[in-house]
Design a protein around this ligand. Sequence first.
Ligand code: FE
Length: 204
Amino acid sequence: MNNPHRFRQFLAGFTRLVAEAGHDEPRMLVEGGKLLAALVSHDDWLPEACAQPHPQYYQQYLLHCDPLERFSVVSFVWGPGQKTPVHDHTVWGLIGMMRGAELCRRFELAASGTPMRAGAQEKLLPGQVDHVSPATGDIHEVANAFADQVSISIHVYGANIGAVRRHVFDATSSAIKDFVSGYSSPMLPNFWDRSAEVRAAMGK
Ligand code: FE
C-alpha cells in the first residue's frame, strides 16, 4: 500500500452517498458503482495483508465497516482456480475488479428438486464493476478466471456483509442452506496514519 489516501477518499465519498441515498438502491448502485470503479482503476492502495491468498479458500478481508452498518467494504482474494458456491447476498452489492479477472454466472431458483436456471458466464476485468441486488438478481457463482495466478476484487455491500444471514444453493436441485460468511481476519488494516504527510507539511 503506498496510496492509502485513495481508499480514504473512496470511504468519504461512499459515506456521504449512503447518508444521502442509502434507501435509494438504484442510486447507490449507479453512483456507488462510479466511486468503486474509480477506486479499482488504480491498484496502489490495498495493504499487502489484505491481498494474501490462502492455498485452499478464497479470502474475504474486511477493509471497512460503516459504524451504522449501512455498508461494508471487503477485499476478495482468489487463489488460482478458487470459486464460491452458488450464493445470495440479501442486500445490494457492488463488485469491482482490481487485479486479475473473475468469472461470474447468475442463477435463478427453480422448483425444489429441479435444477436452477443458469445465466451466461461473464468475465470481469480490472476497472470494471458488476452488481447484485435482491430486486434484480441476487444469486450468483464467482470464480477466479485464472488457474495460475491470484485475482483480487473489491466488494461493497449494503450491510455488514460478514454478519448477514444468507444462503447457498445446490444448482442441480435448487436445495437451499443458510450461511453466514464471516471474515478471513480478525484485524482491520490501518488506513488512517497520516502522520508522515503532517510531518512533511511541518517541514520535519
Ligand atoms: Fe457474491
